[in-house]
Design a protein around this ligand. Structure first.
Ligand SMILES: Cc1cc2nc3c(=O)[nH]c(=O)nc-3n(C[C@H](O)[C@H](O)[C@H](O)COP(=O)(O)O)c2cc1C
Ligand code: SF4
Length: 466
């Protein structure tokens, strides 16, 4: 496998039969062994029927269905898609752009590439419905550089859709035209941040823009109103048109509607991606039932519930409080519902939907050292707290795992994290600070011990930073 073909023979973890606790909406065709992802197979399952239906509707009515559906963004922040579309500055008279964020850069996340590889037309159909709904002049799929095979699949699929009149000039023979192009990314985590992505798409270095004023819905691509949505978010639009916003809102739980694809990795028997109804399955069920449980003889040490930037949860912790609905909760890790609001109520987040299981076979200090090495490498360098702080955190956890740490290092590490979060241009500041803040707070004993360890003790330990 060469770098240029990095995703060509990627493991797919595909499963033909869904687990009884799964509900496949987005993955229904993709995981069907008889489905090959071609336009013929897609049309054979009724594909592009929702595009035809949507083109018979008024654009504002499509936007209303998406608003009513309660669909929340699947890229990280969980912001309601219909609300974001409402924020588009239509009074400026400038062209509107649509961008699909297929950068999929958060460590632990591998769902978007599966959709792209196995069911590219679902994404194209979702995008063209969205483009029509927001009256976009041009649409883009920004895909990360390391996924050249996915980019080729999309390019071929777009050509097939164009030949059928689903993309390009006079779509379905009507007045509306919108082209869709694939743009290969710049191979950096920060290209997934929406304003960094926009800068990159404009041909520049992916320096995130400050918000306000540069909210993409007002000042996005070429300073024009722009919608950036994640792959999975845009695929959902097709299903909302199929069943209507109200029916979609009945899937999942109030405020956490639809299904969600969770990427399960780390120390579990059956790592993979699993699509379940939001809020109807817990983290415990994902790990122990769908994921087959922990590895033999091992105990859970920690859980990262939503991608490497999410705050860590320590095994044995209890989470208590009140939900937005006013309902009181008292959960252990296993009881937390898999949705948007519950991990947040437990002090973390669902983020990009990447669930990383850490058992007792590894040093928790090494886990953070790896995470810190990643974030230090990926800081774009514009803001001093993020640029310097991420490097200092990497340096301190580095010396903790390789000997030579200082007694005050645990406290120093925590204080650096505290001085980054909330003081930067983009959320990479939080993304790099939250792991350190939460790991040190929850595993203070381990970090204190690492800081005081005799340097010779870990000198010859095998440890490889990412
Ligand atoms: C550092 C950083 C990296 C991000 N990477 C991604 C990514 O790879 N894919 C993604 O969809 N969103 C990513 N996001 C979130 C995007 O900025 C944006 O919120 C998202 O694409 C919006 O789509 P959604 O509303 O459909 O979730 C990232 C955010 C940050 C701060
Ligand atoms: S927070 Fe970090 S990644 Fe974001 S703009 Fe500042 S330096 Fe760049």
């Amino acid at each position: 496998m060469t770098h240029a073909d990095g995703d060509a023979d990627m493991p797919t973890f595909s499963k033909s039969a869904p687990h009884p606790k799964e509900r496949r909406l987005i993955l229904a065709a993709a995981e069907d062994p008889d489905f090959d992802g071609t336009i013929e197979a897609y049309e054979g399952r009724g594909g592009y029927g929702e595009l035809k239906k949507a083109f018979g509707m008024k654009p504002e009515d499509i936007c209303k269905e998406v608003l009513d559906s309660g669909l929340r963004g699947r890229g990280g922040a969980g912001f309601p898609a219909g609300m974001k579309w409402k924020f588009l500055d239509r009074r400026s008279g400038k062209p509107i752009y649509l961008i699909c964020n297929a950068d999929e850069s958060e460590p632990g996340t591998f769902k978007d590439r599966q959709i792209i590889h196995k069911d590219p037309h679902q994404l194209i159909e979702g995008m063209m419905i969205t483009a029509f709904a927001i009256q976009a002049k041009q649409a883009f799929i920004y895909i990360r550089e390391e996924m050249p095979h996915g980019a080729r699949i999309l390019e071929e699929a777009i050509e097939a859709a164009r030949a059928r009149g689903y993309v390009g000039d006079n779509i379905l023979g009507g007045d509306y035209s919108c082209d869709l192009v694939v743009h290969r990314g710049a191979a950096a985590y920060i290209c997934g941040e929406e304003t960094g992505l926009i800068e990159s798409l404009e041909g520049k270095r992916a320096y995130p823009r400050i918000k306000p004023p540069y909210f993409p819905a007002a000042l996005g691509l070429y300073m024009c109103p722009t919608i950036v949505n994640n792959v999975e978010t845009l695929c959902n639009v097709k299903h909302i048109i199929a069943m209507g916003g109200e029916a979609f809102a009945k899937i999942g739980t109030p405020g956490n509607t639809g299904t969600r694809i969770w990427c399960l990795s780390g120390h579990v028997q059956k790592p993979g991606y699993y699509e379940v109804e939001c809020g109807k399955v817990t983290y415990g069920e994902l790990i122990h039932d769908l994921g087959g449980g922990l590895l033999p003889g091992r105990k859970l040490q920690a859980l990262i519930p939503g991608g490497s930037s999410a705050k860590v949860l320590r095994a044995g912790e209890r989470f208590t409080g009140k939900l937005r609905s006013g309902e009181a909760f008292d959960w252990g890790i296993d009881d937390i519902p898999l949705d948007f609001d519950s991990p947040m109520a437990a002090g973390s987040m669902s983020g990009s939907g990447a669930v990383i299981v850490v058992d007792d076979s590894v040093s928790i200090v090494e886990v953070l050292a790896n995470i810190n090495a990643f974030y230090a490498h990926e800081s774009c360098g514009q803001c001093t707290p993020c640029r310097e702080g991420s490097l200092w955190m990497k340096k301190i956890t580095g010396r903790m795992v390789s000997g030579g740490a200082r007694k005050e290092d645990a406290a120093l590490l925590a204080s650096i994290g505290d001085q980054i979060a909330g003081r930067t241009i983009c959320a990479h500041g939080e993304a790099c600070a939250w792991p350190t803040q939460s790991f040190v707070a929850k595993f203070r004993d381990e970090f204190e011990a690492a800081a005081q360890r005799n340097p010779d003790e870990w000198k010859n330990r095998e440890f490889r930073l990412v």
